[in-house]
Design a binder for this molecule. Sequence first.
Ligand SMILES: [Zn+2]
Ligand SMILES: [Zn+2]
Length: 199
Amino acid sequence: MADNLESIYCPACGKRMKKIYMPEQKINLDVCINGCGGIYFDNREFLKVDEPNEDITPLIEIFEGKTFKKTYETETRICPVCGMKMVKNFASAKHEIQVDECYSCGGKFLDNQELEKIRAQYTTEEERAADVIKKLYDTVGLELQDFQQKYDERMANPALATIIAKGAAKHNAGRFEKIEEETEQAVKKYLNNNKKFEN
Ligand SMILES: [Zn+2]
Ligand SMILES: [Zn+2]
């Protein structure tokens, strides 16, 4: 989705949000600077700021020395762009921080401080993706002990590695639990179909 240019109202506290231009990413973020300190991201904007090597100086500067209104993170929020109910999902395979996502437009809302916490979880995009793959493997592996394959062996199989990597890519783009289940099923299907070649 193109950068949303109209000013929007914070889904957590209702205050009008301020556009902050991010020169490195060439995007505008919506920041609740006069309310709760939350940030709204249009579709895909979040992926440009979620690693520690991605520069977010304008955000750090605007937040510096300010205190923000407390919000209730468990409340259901409404997407300020399209009016749909947002869904709470974990931001990464660590399952530590929940963010609000809009399945209609792909927008995300983060409460104050959540971006900093998410950025501190992994050093690189690769590390983040590897953790997703490992977690998928842990889930799938338990049920497939018969095959007694190690993670490396499985990833050395190009067909299987492709299935897992596809799942990981979608997983990173959001919609966590559903994608994990889909990937798990794809892996199982593959393994079942190829059982006879694996002994
Ligand atoms: Zn707010
Ligand atoms: Zn939306």
